[in-house]
Design a protein around this ligand. Sequence first.
Ligand code: ADP
Length: 444
Amino acid sequence: MKNLNQKFLLRARLPEMRLFWFSLLFLIILLIINIFYLPNFLPIAVLPIFLLLGIIIFINNFRLARLNSEIKIERNELKSIILNFYDGVIAYDSDFKILIFNQAAEKIFNLKAREIIGQNISPEKAREPDLRLLSQVIFSSLAPLVIRRSEPGAYPQIADLSFDEPQIELRVSTNKIIDPKGQLLGFVKLVRDRTREIELLRSKTEFITVASHQLRTPLTGVNWALESLSKQSLSEEQKELVNISLSTVANLSKIVNDLLDVSKIEEGRFGYKFEDIDIIDFIEKIISDIQNSTKQLNNIKIYFQKPEEERQIIISIDTQKLEMALFNLFDNAIRYNVANGQVIVKIEKIKNKPYVQISVKDTGIGIPANQINKIFTKFFRAENAMQFISEGSGLGLYIVKNIIKRHGGEIWVESEIDRGSTFYFTLPTSSKLRQTKEITYDEE
Ligand code: ADP
């Protein structure tokens, strides 16, 4: 009850209740005038009307006061969430006047909210040392390095911006502020400072690079020793042992090489050299190399379906990297296949688009539907694959995806468990559609 009284008193004092108090005063004065200066029967007739008017005004104003206080509470809560948000929050109107600048943004940009709120930011401000970073984030094309992570024109727009001197790495997500009628009011940017995260990742990658380099030399030595041993006259039992050791060393070397490639990709120095080649001829050669190799193919047949209309499709690729990607896909299609299975490789031009599509279809174990979305992530191996073949690093498809993306293509897979999988990828026929820089594609 005491609580209710307090609430009532609190609301009664709100500005929205002022109209009620004024009207109450006015009604009382009117009533007094009525009582003293008008004939007796009039006050009795007018009193209920005054009473009704008073009640209506009271209810209306009281409701308004309650609603407004709820809105204020919500607004304050929202304000405090934005203020204390872990990421920087900047909002500005369509004239680039800063409206919101939270504490995290103050830290990232080394600016005070009270100084910056209300200022109009223009690209010219990038010349002022204090405002340089902020204007480069608002007009991201001014930033030294921009990597777009979302489709052009789609909102929210996500981009990674890198700055040197000092080294700052930001992930910026930009969204439109639109009123209920769909009119653009401004933009809001969420800015995440990833400088430390990227530094840690770099030192982790460096560690892996050094470790794999160190491992490669002794492995080459062991391999050489085992090969020399296999050429000696050995008993059947000894020969088998040496062969098992040789294949174990080969597996280990593959893992170490894959790790080295992954760290080079993540450091952005995998190093690509593009040249124009006929992609049909290129794939044909890789297939015939696999067919002629001494490796056990488990009686699996590889077929190549070439386009009917074209004899040649010239595109610009890094032959060494694309060979690595194709070899990985073919190797998986063979390894995860059943005995006497098939692998069908197909290349075709995509109609009305400057791309070719290449598919690698197998008749193997397939990929479980609930794990298919993880297939291109680092170290991932599906449960059925692990039971089928114990060796594997789970790095192959991650490397393949990065190679295809660097060429400006896309990669995806369709699969049915125990029926087979088809890996598809595209490559642009125009080098203009290629990525200009090395970007790592991770868990996307
Ligand atoms: P690895 O083959 O060394 O395990 P990959 O990165 O090449 O590594 O493949 C990752 C996982 O994707 C495999 O472990 C397997 O679960 C699945 N996979 C890849 N290719 C196929 C395929 N053709 N058929 C079935 N599963 C596949």
